[in-house]
Design a protein around this ligand. Sequence first.
Ligand SMILES: [Zn+2]
Length: 150
Amino acid sequence: MLCDMCGSSGSMFKAEVEGAVLTVCQNCSRFGKILGAVKQHEVEKIRQKKAEEKPEAMDIIVDNYAEKIRKGREELGLTQKDFAKKLNEKESLIHQLESGNFHPNIELAKKLQKALGIKLIEEYEEKHEELRHEKAEGFTIGDFIKTKNK
Ligand SMILES: [Zn+2]
């Protein structure tokens, strides 16, 4: 649990600072009106809420899906026609997939993965987004007050 104002850890208090209820350390609580100590179960709740806010990783189809599907199929010794039959899909779909003209959706990719024993889906995290979020969180209310008072 970190102080909303200075970012230090330790026992926390709920305090009203400039109309906002913040979780602050003992040192920073003097800037506002103390409403009470933060209880452990509340800390847990806040931690859970923060975890939920974390952007979820997206599933994306690998770039070389066409090559992977073709290789996987060939390893099984199946023709496009046989493979289509096995998947209960159209032969033209397999052809499109293997020539890279048809980008499979996650559902189809999962089906192909299972049938071929290959990996077509990978987790993709928006790195830039995350960095931006971290920076925003690093800007504490304390900074805000300092900036405002300039
Ligand atoms: Zn503090």
